[in-house]
Design a protein around this ligand. Sequence first.
Ligand code: 2NL
Length: 329
Amino acid sequence: MLEQFEKIGSQALAELHEVRDLKALEDFRLKYLSRKGLLMQLLSEIGRLGPEEKPRAGQLANKAKNEVTAAFEERKKALEDAQKQRREFVDVTLPGIPMAIGRPHVITQTIDELLEIFGRMGFGVAYGPEVEDEWHNFIALNIPPEHPARDPLDNFYLEESLLLRSQTSTIQIRVMEKQKPPIRVVAPGRVYRPDTVDATHMFMFHQLEALVVDEGVTMVDMKTTIEQFIHVFFGADTQWRFRPSFFPFTEPSAEVDLLLADKSGGERWVEMGGCGMVDPNVFDAVGIDSEKYTGWAFGFGIERLAMRKYAIPDVRWFTENDLRFLNQF
Ligand code: 2NL
């Protein structure tokens, strides 16, 4: 009986030595240490021994139980630590998780393309402030105080006669104030008008303006430049037309229309922007000799250009930050 106590103890320790995972450890616990396990059975049998064997048996049984329990706890901790480490292990040889790479917004891409095309035709680039004074936004552009374009309800006025510019012509005025002819420049930028937002209107959009001033500049230069641009940007077979119009800052003036396929398979003329020969009053305002110099200018809506080129039906999509839209460009 006494040898059996020692045998079971060392047998348990030997088996525990072979335990490699927590599942086997649990099997081990059930076999030896649980209420019906072998070691507990031995302890319960002590009661049936004679008085001369009992103390020694109790000693051995308790020693075996304590040793096995201690070894069990040690093993358990070791296995749990190993498992935790395995969970935290980083395999540096695995391929990395690719970073999501961003891209320029479709409007930025369009502006880049416009600057590239006009750059190849010899145009420089100018920028200007989005908060403007009435001189650059209206007065120098020959827009008188009573003109409807100056209506407070049609502009974002700030304090002290400042406003968010309603057209990028303000940049061209600033260019002509600083620089004397020859001038050959395009000006991209944001403009602001309090329009009710729908598929074709926003309170903010982008414009590209061009301005050419030199001696002997005529409407032929304007028409040729616009045609070259349309053929490069939209394709050489794109049809377009001038339609007579009026702007306070140009005389004569024209709207530029593109011929586009419409939904029902037909065609229709759509407006892209306006242009014209710089009004002599504008030259007078910036101190350029209107007897010596002539010039032409246009203003195109950049959203409109992108919408026509990529068949985008709704101007609101540009500012919704929906990646399903943006990732297509
Ligand atoms: C439109 C019309 C236009 C201009 C902008 C311009 C600038 C100066 C002098 C004369 Cl400094 N003209 N710019 C000329 C004609 C039309 O824009 O409907 N844009 C969307």
